[in-house]
Ligand binder design. Structure first.
Ligand code: ZN
Length: 454
């Protein structure tokens, strides 16, 4: 491929500020439908909207870029309807940033995979039962019809915990499929194609893959195949290694990452864009995200709690409703999910805004230290967090000793979570044990791996 330009130059990325210690940076990202600042979190709206939220409500949460799943859109409303509407932006009246996945992973996770070879992925549709083959060309055709600002290449996704040989094959196949996607992309003057660096937990494979993709001179790069259940002490070195191989002056998108600590660490390691179903899916289980952790609003202690979910939040839910009110119909009425979704999406938008602000003021290390202190209660600061941050010159304290002092303040969080059955989609139900998750090195409740996106 040499240095050929694969796409018209319709993405502009300008680094505005860089943390003087870590690799965190703030940049302006210009894409056809939006001017954004990174680091950015993109909520996932499976079928062209967040479950339970209108596009306008999503905009009011401060969201200017969202992700949609090609596969679901291809099934419903279908390509014909989207063509008639013009594109998905028009169809959903969303004049903001949109990113679509290739459809490959969705199919593999949701459907019965029947065959995977050089041509593409063959699977059985869970909607119709019919066999379908998704090739790089078909994925581009679908994504060109949807018309999102950023499209993802079809990649060969393997579990990071899988066999090494399979990982290597998948990495090389992903490079070959990228070339087919580049050749099949018909709207280079309107849509940007991101490649996905694969290679599992193998540094050498990640290096080969990143170098090959950088040769294609793409406008941005994604790091894929992570957050699929690999240990955190293997996750962060791969993120750091891979991000560093990618060009400084282009956006780096870490796929499937959305737990708050993971976001903050990955920003420190040099990543700019993130997506995850976590804030929206967890809302549907009655769990609200707050600066000190999480509130399980199903818990009976909220029956007489007339405070807002979060005193400092000005989202529509917090402006109008109390914990008690939401507890009153939590899990019994779809409205509760919308109310918590509004709050959780706003929470993630504000978190990223605070991250950006701290980088702009060159106070990111102080922000990280303060944030982790506010989240830690009984468990000590996870070792992987300390190690990952130390590797980029952010030395945070182990907050275990100070955690007891703040326990009174955060009495209503985290410990309520107990054991919940959390449907993470794709992989079926998993039992999430909040304490066990904390022991694994994470402060999130539903920290069971997000099998919906990788
Ligand atoms: Zn709120």
């Amino acid at each position: 491929m040499g240095d050929s330009v694969a796409c018209a130059d319709i993405l502009k990325f300008k680094v505005l500020a860089k943390c003087s210690r870590s690799r965190a940076r703030v940049a302006e990202l210009r894409i056809p439908h939006a001017v954004l600042q990174t680091p950015i979190f993109m909520p996932v709206g499976t079928k062209g909207t967040m479950k339970g939220l209108t596009p306008k409500q999503l905009e009011r949460c401060g969201c200017r870029m969202m992700l949609s799943n090609s596969y679901h859109l291809a099934e419903t409303p279908g390509m014909e309807v989207l063509q008639k509407a013009g594109d998905l932006h028009n169809f959903m009246k969303w004049n903001n940033g949109l990113l679509t996945d290739s459809g490959g992973f969705q199919m593999v996770s949701l459907a019965k995979l029947t065959k995977l070879d050089e041509d593409g992925v063959e699977f059985q549709s869970p909607y119709t039962g019919a066999k379908m083959t998704v090739t790089p060309e078909y994925s581009m055709q679908v994504q060109n019809t949807i018309g999102a600002d950023i499209m993802m290449q079809l990649d060969d996704v393997v579990k990071t915990t899988g066999e090494d040989d399979r990982m290597k094959d998948a990495m090389y196949r992903t490079i070959r499929w990228l070339d087919r996607c580049i050749a099949a992309h018909k709207r280079t003057d309107h849509q940007i194609l991101f490649p996905i660096v694969q290679g599992g937990l193998n540094f050498e494979y990640r290096t080969i893959c990143a170098e090959e993709m950088v040769k294609r001179n793409m406008q941005g790069y994604a790091i894929g195949g992570l957050s699929g259940g690999e240990p955190k002490d293997q996750f962060w070195p791969i993120v750091k290694h891979t991000a560093h191989l990618l060009p400084y002056n282009k956006p780096r998108y870490l796929m499937g990452v959305g737990f708050t600590l993971d976001l903050i660490v990955s920003v420190a390691l040099g990543c700019d864009m993130f997506d995850c179903v976590f804030p929206t899916r967890t809302a549907r289980f009655g769990i609200a995200l707050v600066p000190t952790g999480q509130l399980n609003l199903k818990h009976s202690k909220f029956k007489n709690d007339f405070r807002k979910i979060d005193d400092e939040c000005d989202c529509q839910t917090c402006q109008n409703h109390t914990r008690s009110y939401i507890h009153h119909f939590v899990t019994q009425h779809a409205v509760f999910a919308s109310l918590i979704t509004i709050h959780n999406v706003t929470h993630h938008m504000k978190l990223m805004a605070k991250v950006r602000e701290s980088i702009l003021k060159d106070r990111f290390p102080e922000f990280v230290d303060g944030y982790i202190n506010s989240q830690v209660k009984r468990s000590s600061t996870p070792k992987w967090v300390i190690d990952a941050l130390a590797s980029v010159n952010i030395n945070i304290k182990d907050h275990k000793s100070t955690a007891a002092a703040s326990a009174a303040v955060v009495d209503d969080v985290v410990d309520d979570v107990a054991t919940d059955v959390v449907d993470f989609g794709g992989g079926g139900d998993v039992v999430c044990d909040g304490e066990k998750c904390a022991a694994d090195g994470n402060l999130t409740t539903a920290n069971c791996g997000d099998s919906d996106r990788k």
